[in-house]
Design a protein around this ligand. Structure first.
Ligand SMILES: [Zn+2]
Length: 192
């Protein structure tokens, strides 16, 4: 007898087919897998996802997908300390989880322009992104490195290697899109 794999919408709790990505009932994503999914959600809906993913994390504290989803919501809600407290132990156990390393770099900036951030937070964001690139070379990682270096180092007249231009070139080589860039700035809570 074949088993029907069931999935539950993380917003409204309705059951859904395992292959479905959008909920039939609330028309929202069943699972949150990337930031573009949360950019247009209101805070009430984000809180529904938060409570649902918190329950998952309570059961499986080191689940990479649940941690990523929960912290995307926390980042959108600008609850950066909450995101850090979820991400840090999961990253410690899964140091190769590039998506979490990227998100941890974003959260290190706490929704402030890189120019306004502390040097220690800038260094930690760069370290997380360098680590993420060791496991998955992703244009978004390089675009964020380029932004941080341009806004912090270039604007203050400091030198850094590789430079912001080097990183921006790498992001282009790897096929960064203008949608990726606008999503990144929304994630950072920064006007371009
Ligand atoms: Zn739903």
């Amino acid at each position: 007898m074949s088993q029907v794999v069931e999935n539950t919408c993380h917003n409204c709790g309705a059951s859904a087919d395992a292959s479905a990505s959008t909920c039939e009932y609330c028309k929202n994503p069943i699972n949150i897998t990337n930031f573009s999914m949360v950019t247009n959600l209101d805070s009430e809906t984000l809180q529904n996802y938060v409570s649902s993913y918190r329950k998952e994390i309570a059961k499986t504290p080191l689940d990479i997908k649940a941690a990523n989803a929960l912290c995307l919501c926390f980042t959108r809600l600008r609850m950066y300390d909450r995101a850090k407290s979820i991400l840090d132990p999961v990253i410690q156990e899964n140091p190769e989880a590039a998506d979490l390393l990227f998100l941890r770099a974003v959260v290190a900036l706490e929704g402030k322009k890189a120019f306004m951030a502390k040097r220690a937070d800038i260094n930690s964001a760069i370290n997380y992104l360098d680590a993420a690139n060791m496991f998955e070379r992703n244009p978004i990682h390089y675009q964020l490195l380029a932004y941080i270096k341009a806004d912090f180092f270039d604007r203050k007249g400091y030198k850094i290697e590789p430079s912001s231009d080097d990183d921006r070139d790498r992001a282009k080589e790897l096929g960064i899109s203008s949608l990726d860039i606008s999503t990144l700035y929304e994630l950072l809570n920064v006007q371009k």
